[in-house]
Design a protein around this ligand. Structure first.
Ligand code: HEM
Length: 144
């Protein structure tokens, strides 16, 4: 499964824009031999790591075929562990599926920022219009 090639390429083998996998494809690989998981939008084949994982193979198999970002982060893995991830990297989650991942993605910060502005700008603008109309009618009433 191209793992030899990745091994030879070494630690810097992050395939930028590399092979993309849909979440459905990842989900198919949840057996003892081929356990794929998604961490931070990247796809890892941890099949050959199962027996070596200090946290045991069970937890990995539990997450196999799924997005394991939350469980991986919850454990508070060391920087060494995060470095090790690169050895098992096989590709990235297809951009179409990444949107579905939703709220955890840093991309959503910009959209939540824009919704922040729309939720505040609309009432502020409305208040301004009401204020101006009020002034206009009050002055109008006084002058006549
Ligand atoms: C390719 C992915 C992973 C790698 C490379 C990895 C690596 C490691 C390493 C090196 C450790 C030793 C402690 C440390 O250095 O932080 C560890 C511990 C552990 N890992 Fe993972 N891990 C992976 C995925 C996961 C996942 C998905 C879970 C899901 C719950 C998990 C749960 C644990 C647990 C429970 C421990 C034991 C923590 C402890 O004894 O304090 N790991 N892992």
């Amino acid at each position: 499964m191209g793992s030899e090639q990745l091994g030879a390429a070494g630690v810097g083998a992050a395939p930028e824009g590399g092979p993309f996998f849909t979440l459905a494809e990842v989900a198919k690989h949840n057996s003892n031999r081929e356990a794929w998981l998604v961490i931070h939008g990247r796809v890892y084949d941890v099949g050959r790591f199962l027996g070596e994982h200090p946290g045991g193979e069970e937890v990995l198999l539990e997450q196999a075929g799924r997005d394991a970002t939350e469980s991986f982060e919850d454990v508070g893995h060391s920087t060494d562990a995060k470095e090790m991830l690169k050895e098992y990297l096989i590709g990235e989650v297809h951009p179409c599926d990444r949107k579905n991942e939703g709220s955890k993605d840093p991309n959503t910060t910009s959209s939540s920022q824009s919704s922040f502005w729309s939720t505040w700008l609309i009432p502020i603008f409305g208040a301004l219009v009401i204020g101006l109309m009020y002034r206009y009618y009050m002055l109008d009433g006084k002058s006549s």
